[in-house]
Design a protein. Sequence first.
Length: 392
Amino acid sequence: MNEFNDEYTRSVGKSALRRTWIRVDLLNDNYIKLDSLECDIISGSITIQNALDSDLARRKGNLVLASRKDLNEDFYKITLKNCVQIYIGIENIALKQQYEFNMGIYLLNSPNTKISVSERTITLDLCDLIENYSTFSNGLVGKLSFGADANLAETILNIATNSNLMGLSSDKTLIESCDSLIDSAQTFEQDTDLVDVLKKLISLHPIYDIYFNNSGYFIFELIKQRTTDSAIDYIDNDFPSLISIDYKKNWENVRNDIIVNGAMISNDDGTTTQAKYELRNETGNELSIDKLGLHRKVISNDNDKTDTMCQSEAIYWMDKYSNFAETLTLQMIPAPYLVPNKVIEVNLEYEDITITGRWLIDSISIDLKFDGLQTVTCHKLYNQAILNGTTV
């Protein structure tokens, strides 16, 4: 069953009359469950985001939990190498339905993990799995170098599976192939965090993303636009758990002409040419050049070696800039099936404002105390057919 697209889980997830709890599964390095503890929630929060500000850490949390029975001695085995999988359990009391929502796998920031036998409470400080390769625990033993024109995807895969680097098994990685190359030789000094190495490589081609998913797989992929994804739910004025909204429109974001200047290429005859691509939103919508006039954005990236690579980046940035960059923040009774990178359909009317369309969830933050709320931030998806790009 797909928990995030099933009507049953949506019914449970947005129930108003509810009982909630937390299940904590203690995992080993291979994500095999060692033990499980079902707890009542005293306080805490969980935050999950998608690709924001080149921050590879996507999830974090802090939980203060009360055990429902004597603490199992297996929880004294928690070490820096252990991680936990967190589930938020909800029971719809009226319908006698319940479900446990998988909120992902986390590292335990062990120095801040406290177990009180007298009170039967556990305090967990939760970190993203990527933090295992930061100052938290893992710097380079020696220098690390990558040659010019190395394939980006192959380089990321080598870092992920090298036993002296990330040391992941190949069946725990999902690396999407690509043609993008590392423009120039890269050298990283001893003690450099592996996270900083990954950030640097990704910054060479910002159309790609690196993260650990909900099941602990290490992902490298082209950032998905999600314009054709099925909506996870429909949010209107009758949505039972909705408390408030905050809607913003940004006119300064609008661009209808994107030029990407790539690398200078030396030809066999001694001449040089520059990889370039221009993408223009000429006609067809309220922000096109014929309606709004020319609003240009010029981007330079020496890592784009061909017109095709420049075209890919132009398409990426046109998606970002050929719109009002509308954002929507929803506050609601926690609905844990609403998670980042899922699409929602919106049709809301408040006074003189009508908010419609398809929106992609960027981040969520769930306050887990008794009367806590979930904050959902999202941006509007614009499915514009901008096909009149030209090489310049």
